[in-house]
Write a protein that binds this ligand. Structure first.
Ligand SMILES: [Zn+2]
Length: 113
């Protein structure tokens, strides 16, 4: 059974503010900077294949060109720097909320679990 806090109810890309705003099943709203999403992109190109931790990719990405749902569990972002292999599962996305760093701890890779 899906946990409400990892159930995205609404996702809006706000390029004018360089953030992605997500409303979650538990009522929480996350506002996540695009550069943070790009930096913690979970794809193999960015993170490599060893799952020993997540590295932050330095970037100056401020916009997302396209966002598409992947089934009912994830979203695929095409970043303005032309990087387009990042698929963020809901739990990965939620844990990137800068307002909840203390709740979730450091970002994890999607590859785990
Ligand atoms: Zn990536």
């Amino acid at each position: 059974m899906r946990q409400k806090e990892f159930e995205a109810r609404d996702i809006q890309v706000k390029n004018e503010a360089s953030v992605v705003v997500v409303v979650w099943g538990d009522g929480h709203t996350s506002s996540i900077p695009v550069s943070r999403l790009r930096g913690y992109c979970p794809c193999a190109v960015c993170q490599g294949h060893d799952a020993t931790g997540v590295k932050f990719i330095e970037n100056s990405c401020k916009a997302i060109f396209d966002a598409q749902l992947v089934g009912r569990y994830a979203i695929h972002f095409k970043f303005a720097d032309a990087h387009d292999t990042g698929i963020f599962r809901w739990d990965t996305l939620r844990k990137l909320d800068p307002a909840e760093v203390e709740r979730w701890g450091p970002p994890e890779t999607s590859a785990k679990s």
